[in-house]
Design a protein around this ligand. Structure first.
Ligand code: GLC
Length: 842
């Protein structure tokens, strides 16, 4: 046993050039590495005694791209400097000798991060303070309840099965990433600035966000040493681009996954699933997917079907598919301990399950009672686990839902009928898992040996290295999703895949979409879903949602209607509920609420081309789909405080009704001109307004300059709409955008099969309003089609020109007409460049 006290890292003793673009630090009793990436990201790693190898790539982060920075001694102040300025980014770092301190600056010399009071323990614990100037806000931290700004909170990361009640922490996911945002301080420094921080710790970590000390954020890790990466901005967009370049981005989802998902614990038989699907179609409620919760399995044995209740999965899935439904079954990590069950037998034979330190098998209680947990840290276990999905794929499932992967489980249980009461937390203190770096190296060597017959078998490598489960716990869910996705991509490389998860770590978006777990059907839970999903979005998880309607308890018709309205705009839109509560299909609350739900989902279907463009953007750059107002209006102090409204992409602002009985909504419109998305209202921000919001109405606004691609509603994403493309144009500002289209299914988009059309709005250029559609570019062909452009413009123009030729007025095509504040232009769209101009009335 070593000395487990935390010791201050007081002094830089010496340094020398280290890894490429970095410097090795001698800190007396500690060692460190500091390096700058080509894009300006800065990583600092410190360890007591020696420095362990960087686990980043073993756990699925993307390779570090080094800069050419070289350390130099600072003449006057002592200590060292390290600087990099390149086309992709820049940063300079100053290291003070005594007391040891580190500052990161941007090109203008602004301090992005000031770190001090470092301390390390021999056992891997680490601590550091980050300066938190007054006025600076803190966002992100993954899946957290509470407000948008985390200043004043103390947060922890340790994944556990705890529902997202206000004030509860930690929850299912552990994403130790956050952004600081400094407010604009005119006139000397007029722009807001953001910086990102990733604290790579798979054990429990803690963040005292200027709670104990109003000028500091204190970061603590329970194991693994200090591993902090700093991502310069200045805009959160730049932070997210750099952060996701390191931890990975969301692969483009299939289009259907952007549709509505209908779920319940559980649709427990083939007949019931068929009924739900038929009812959704009969009532014209758009929906794309049905989820199968745990009761489809045989005694909760993963990768099996209960053949009494699901006698013919293949036939069922084929029939549903013909109606435009995809099926997503749940797959939990717990494997029932049952010697007659092949998955358990095989897992044991392969030594795939987590063990106790003394070698005895580790078991816990989950739905299938006594269960074993695969050690997903090991690549060969992931590969084996992945293969278990093959029959599911062959049966025709379209995606996989990974749950209980914190991992959840309990020491004993109490069953009362169907009710399973978790009883006693499982003692995990003796459980061990593979060390990520050692496991990755072994797997790489094994693969090499398999390729190369001349190499002798690898019995010279010693025993695999094991570490306490708690040291890698926060990776558990992520590594399960990685196993799932890696298999799906191996099995069907030409298709896009959908994986959903409850737990995850930084970078989870690379493997899965995420939902926020077992909320309650309460107004407070509806309300908290906004800041929660916004912070999750700012943490790299663009594809996220909360259970629409709430999971446990009974939603009132009014709550369900309001939840549906905003839930239909969640990046991931799934209705789900627990078996104890009321059924949450949209028709369970009466005709009026059913109509509200239908309208909400029709709006989603209508906005699908716009949403899809946002998902393309997220996949390419890490920018989230849901954005807090300050993302779009970084220099507006008022916008920074708003946490009950969201920007859906750059163009739409939603201000849902979140209060029982409310039939009005007060809200804030940031600077600029705003339009009611579906009415004729128009405002000039910044201002607070109050709008009427009967149950049928979601207050939704479009920003001046927006050109929003929509289509006529369909019953599911794959259905051909009557009108494939309608551009909704909101004049009042110039803008530049792009319409992105592809087949929505295959991975051909990676090989150029994407159609891009530039959309440029010139407001009142030479007295006219002009929309330019660029020539369609790229390798995805689109059949000639009709295009409708709807301008919010009044009074009616004198004439409309297409490519400088006057267009006939009237209902024909091509042609234009004007009514009620709208000017409608109908055109043939064959991919050539077009300009549409409105010549205003004199
Ligand atoms: C967990 C999940 C929930 C699911 C239930 C049964 O509570 O969070 O979504 O319905 O397990 O599988």
């Amino acid at each position: 046993m070593g000395d487990f006290r935390l010791r201050e890292v007081a002094r830089l003793v010496a340094f020398e050039p280290g890894p490429e673009g970095g410097v090795a630090l001698d800190l007396g009793a500690a060692r460190g590495v500091l390096r700058i990436a080509r894009d300006g990201a800065v990583q600092l790693r410190l360890g007591a005694g020696a420095l362990a190898p960087d686990p980043a790539e073993a756990i699925g982060f993307l390779p570090w791209r080094p800069s050419r920075a070289e350390p130099f001694p600072r003449e006057e102040e002592g200590g060292l400097g390290l600087a990099h300025a390149g086309p992709e980014g820049c940063a300079s770092v100053e290291v003070d000798e005594e007391p040891f301190a580190v500052r990161v600056r941007d090109r203008e010399g602004n301090v992005l991060a000031a770190l001090s009071d470092f301390a390390l323990g021999e056992d891997g614990r680490a601590r550091v303070d980050l300066a938190a100037p007054l006025g600076q806000r803190f966002h992100g931290f993954g899946e957290k309840t509470g407000g948008l700004d985390k200043r004043g909170d103390a947060l922890a990361m340790r994944s556990r099965d705890v529902p997202p009640f206000p004030g509860k922490d930690p929850l299912y996911a552990s994403i130790p990433f956050f952004l600081s945002v400094s407010p604009a301080r005119p006139p000397e420094d007029p722009h807001a600035r953001s910086t990102g921080f990733l604290w790579t710790c798979f054990a429990t970590s803690r963040f005292d966000v200027a709670k104990s000390d109003p000028f500091r954020v204190r970061l603590e890790a329970d194991a693994g040493g200090l591993d902090l990466t700093i991502f310069p901005g200045p805009h959160p967009r730049d932070v997210l681009r750099r952060y996701t370049a390191r931890v990975g981005r969301m692969p483009l989802p299939p289009l259907w996954a952007l549709g509505h998902h209908q779920s319940r614990w559980s649709y427990g038989s083939e007949a019931e699933v068929r009924r739900v699907a038929a009812e959704l179609r009969r009532r014209g409620i758009p929906s794309d997917a049905i989820h199968l919760d745990i009761d489809y399995m045989d005694g909760f044995r993963v990768f099996t079907w209960d053949r009494r209740r699901f006698p013919d999965p293949k036939g069922l899935l084929r029939d549903l598919r013909a109606q435009g439904f995809r099926v997503v079954p749940i797959v939990d990590p717990g494997v029932k301990v049952d010697p007659a069950y092949p998955v358990y037998r095989e897992g044991r034979a392969r030594d795939a399950f987590c063990r106790n330190a003394d070698g005895s098998p580790f078991q816990l209680y989950v739905w299938p009672k006594q269960s074993a947990l695969p050690d997903f840290v090991r690549p060969e276990v992931r590969a084996w686990w992945g293969e278990q999905h093959r029959p599911l794929i062959e049966a025709g499932v379209a995606g996989v839902w990974n749950d209980m992967n914190e991992p959840a489980g309990w020491a004993r249980e109490l069953r009362v009928g169907k009710l399973i009461l978790p009883w006693k937390a499982q003692d995990l203190s003796r459980v061990v898992q593979a060390d990520p770096v050692d496991a990755a190296e072994r797997a790489a060597k094994a693969a090499q040996r398999a390729d190369d017959d001349d190499l002798p078998p690898g019995d010279d490598e010693g025993a695999p290295k094991r570490v306490p489960h708690e040291h890698v716990r926060n990776l558990y869910g992520q590594m399960q999703c990685r196993a799932t996705r890696e298999f799906l991509e191996r099995a069907e490389p030409e298709r896009r895949h959908f994986v959903l998860t409850r737990s995850g770590f930084a970078g989870v978006q690379r493997w899965a979409a995420m939902w926020t777990g077992d909320s309650m059907s309460r107004w407070s839970h509806l309300r908290l879903s906004l800041p929660m999903l916004l912070n999750l979005s700012l943490s790299g998880v663009a594809f996220c949602g909360a259970d629409i309607g709430g999971f446990a308890g009974e939603a009132s018709p009014e709550l369900f209607a309001r939840w549906m309205q905003i839930g239909a705009l969640y990046p991931f839109a799934r209705t789900h509920s627990m078996w104890l509560g009321r059924r949450q299909e949209p028709w369970r609350y009466g005709a009026r609420v059913e109509a509200v739900a239908r309208a909400a989902l029709e709006l989603r279907m209508r906005l699908l081309p716009y949403l899809y463009g946002l998902f393309h953007e997220a996949a390419a750059s890490g920018a989230p789909v849901w954005r807090p107002l300050f993302w779009e209006f970084p220099d507006d102090d008022e916008a920074a405080r708003v946490e009950d409204q969201v920007m859906v992409g750059p163009s739409l602002l939603a201000a849902p009704v979140l209060v029982r009985g409310a039939r009005e909504r007060e809200l804030y419109l940031p600077p600029g001109v705003w339009y009611g998305f579906d009415d004729d209202a128009r405002w000039v921000g910044p201002r607070r307004i109050r709008v009427s919001a009967p149950l049928e109405r979601l207050p939704l606004f479009a920003r001046a300059g927006a050109v929003i691609p929509t289509r006529s509603p369909v019953r599911h994403a794959g259905e051909t709409p009557a009108e494939p493309l309608v551009l909704e144009v909101f004049p009042g500002a110039d803008s530049d955008g792009v319409l992105i289209e592809d087949d929505g299914e295959s991975t051909e988009h990676r090989h150029g099969a994407v159609a891009r059309t530039a959309l440029r709005l010139h407001d009142r250029a030479a007295g006219r309003l002009r929309l330019e559609l660029g020539r369609r570019e790229g390798g995805f062909g689109i059949e000639p089609r009709t295009l409708r452009v709807v301008f919010r413009a009044s009074p009616a123009p004198r004439s409309v020109y297409v490519d400088a030729l006057a267009l006939p007025a009237g209902a024909g095509r091509p042609g234009w007409s004007a009514s009620a504040g709208r000017v409608e232009v109908r055109l043939d769209d064959d991919g050539v460049a077009r300009s549409v101009e409105l010549d205003p009335a004199p």
